[in-house]
Design a protein around this ligand. Sequence first.
Ligand SMILES: CC(C)(COP(=O)(O)OP(=O)(O)OC[C@H]1O[C@@H](n2cnc3c(N)ncnc32)[C@H](O)[C@@H]1OP(=O)(O)O)[C@@H](O)C(=O)NCCC(=O)NCCS
Length: 178
Amino acid sequence: MTTFHERTVSIQVNVVLRLAKRSDLSKLEWYGQYTHFRSIYRRTFQEMQHGNRLMLVADCQDYPIGQLFVQLRSSEKQVADDGRRAYLYSLRVMEMFRGLGIGSRLIREAEDIVTTMGYSWVTIAAAKSNAKARQLYERMGYRIFADDPGEWSYTDHQNIVRYVTDPCWLLEKRLNIR
Ligand SMILES: CC(C)(COP(=O)(O)OP(=O)(O)OC[C@H]1O[C@@H](n2cnc3c(N)ncnc32)[C@H](O)[C@@H]1OP(=O)(O)O)[C@@H](O)C(=O)NCCC(=O)NCCS
């Protein structure tokens, strides 16, 4: 057998943080991993066009390898309150790109955007089962202020209603004290 010595090559790639465009929607399914969220992505994109939400993506070579969505208003004022409090949610980074700072940069970028829009508070949820996410948010200045049963539902790509129960902590942060 031919011996092959591993060789490490160091390649620099740019990751661009930007708002989602329509052509990102199918790519956000991440080759089938999130196909069940197809209708959520479409609706969130429409909501962005109506000024109710933001879809922030981390783009690498025209592929969204990370995402963070922002809800700008809600009937639940402790979560999002028009012009005052924005809710950051659906944060994820493709597994092979984790631990490189992309997740925290997405959060900082969202904070900067909503600060510019005049918001003074941000809220984020961490599943109670996800201690690492909670630690990451606490490191970034978020503090727990409530808990939530985390019950919600969505319609998947096969038109089946899926029910989710994921109890979570709600954390908040006052903006511009970074
Ligand atoms: C949470 C997540 C977006 C962080 O993205 P990232 O690009 O790796 O984040 P950063 O590189 O900026 O920060 C890395 C830190 O995130 C922490 N982290 C938070 N949640 C994590 C998770 N579910 N899996 C692995 N690491 C996680 C790591 O512990 C790491 O901290 P460390 O540097 O002390 O080890 C990413 O881990 C992920 O997509 N996880 C799965 C989805 C998820 O759990 N989302 C949060 C919902 S509450």
